[in-house]
Design a binder for this molecule. Structure first.
Ligand code: DGY
Length: 353
């Protein structure tokens, strides 16, 4: 009640221009067109161009996340928000936006940064970008897996630091994929594409764990469904391809790492929140598992003094799963189109129902 009142007063103040407009916002001419906020200027320009043809578009001008205060001020009276996974869309922000807000479209497949039930309460439609980034993410997952099991980054460093003295029969060896059991946690679009890409590496078996069995999709690659415990106990490689939800939050905890094989390679390209990072650190440090490749962490960016960065058997990338040029162009186009369609009361390309 109090929070609501505060945001009402704040909204009025913003509307009455009591707060100075930030010089960091790029605004189009004020007019009667619907108003859309784009939280990043560095999304592929096609998306912003499409929006500008139809709406009054305000864009944050820096290629870094909008500070929260700025975001709260800027959403007041907007009809649509084009956001990224670094923008938290919660009740406070939706209250600030007010009843004019009709659509939030995120340029991501993951939507754990959006409070879906708060949006639904306010009849705000939500757009996202599944499918289009599946191949790019599956490709990066394979790159990360191969870089981790064959120690590419560690080996590359040795070329520069003088550690490469001669060819050595025992140096920089890692477990290959041939004959291994590859376990996939989450057998949705990305998990299935990862499984297909694993086949040419001749694993002994591909197993998967998912909320429900996917016999038809699994039969394409001969993958078999196992329970979570068996996935942990039998896999030589565990690849996490699952959305972050209250059920999957920190599901890879101390217990889970204890159950993995000592030669296990753990790969995560979904969300850092699925992993209890302290336990992962411990498992890697104590060589309970062989190594990890992470494209996602908590928080992002990972602070430079994070203990994970001290480990040779942990390869970390800065969340680049979908960072393929054409994929990002398509993601921008779809996000803009989702907003356009929603504001015209039409069917969106991809909507979270
Ligand atoms: C997503 O879309 O959720 C990825 O994490 C970034 O593209």
């Amino acid at each position: 009640m109090f929070a609501n009142l505060t945001s009402q007063i704040y909204r009025q103040a913003v509307k009455a221009k009591v707060f100075k407009k930030s010089s960091r916002l790029m605004m189009s001419e004020t007019n009667n067109l619907p108003k859309v906020l784009v939280t990043r200027p560095d999304v592929a320009s096609i998306g912003i161009e499409l929006l500008k043809k139809e709406f009054d578009v305000t864009t944050w001008s820096l290629p870094s996340p909008m500070p929260r205060e700025e975001f709260l001020k800027s959403v007041v009276g907007k009809n649509g928000i084009f956001c990224t996974l670094t923008d938290k869309i919660d009740a406070e922000l939706l209250d600030m936006a007010g009843p004019e807000l009709k659509v939030v479209a995120t340029i991501s497949v993951g939507y754990d940064h959006i409070d879906i039930s708060e949006c639904k309460k306010r009849n705000i439609r939500i757009g996202y970008t599944p499918d289009v980034l599946t191949d790019a993410t599956a490709e990066l997952t394979m790159a990360l897996l191969l870089a981790t099991n064959r120690r590419l980054f560690e080996a590359n460093k040795e070329v520069f630091n003088g550690g490469w003295s001669s060819w050595s029969p025992s140096w920089m060896c890692g477990p290959g994929l041939k004959g291994s059991v590859i376990g996939i946690f989450g057998y949705g679009r990305i998990g299935q594409e990862v499984a297909k890409r694993c086949v040419p590496f001749k694993p002994k078996k591909i197993v998967y764990f998912n909320r429900s069995e996917k016999p038809k999709e699994a039969s394409e690659v001969g993958a078999s469904f196992v329970n979570f415990n068996d996935l942990l106990k039998t896999s030589d490689v565990i690849i996490v391809c699952c959305a972050l939800t209250p059920e999957t939050k920190e599901i890879f905890n101390y217990e889970a790492f204890q159950r993995m094989k000592p030669n296990c390679i753990f790969i995560n390209t979904s969300r850092g929140g699925l992993v209890d990072q302290k336990s992962l650190y411990q498992a890697l440090k104590e060589k309970r598992i062989w190594g990890a490749g992470l494209d996602v962490t908590t928080p992002e960016p990972l602070p430079l003094d994070d203990p994970l960065l001290t480990l040779k058997n942990c390869l970390i990338l800065p969340h680049i799963g979908s960072a393929d040029i054409n994929t990002r162009i398509e993601m921008s186009k779809i996000t803009a189109t989702n907003i356009i369609k929603a504001l015209k009361n039409q069917e969106m390309i991809s909507e979270i129902k």
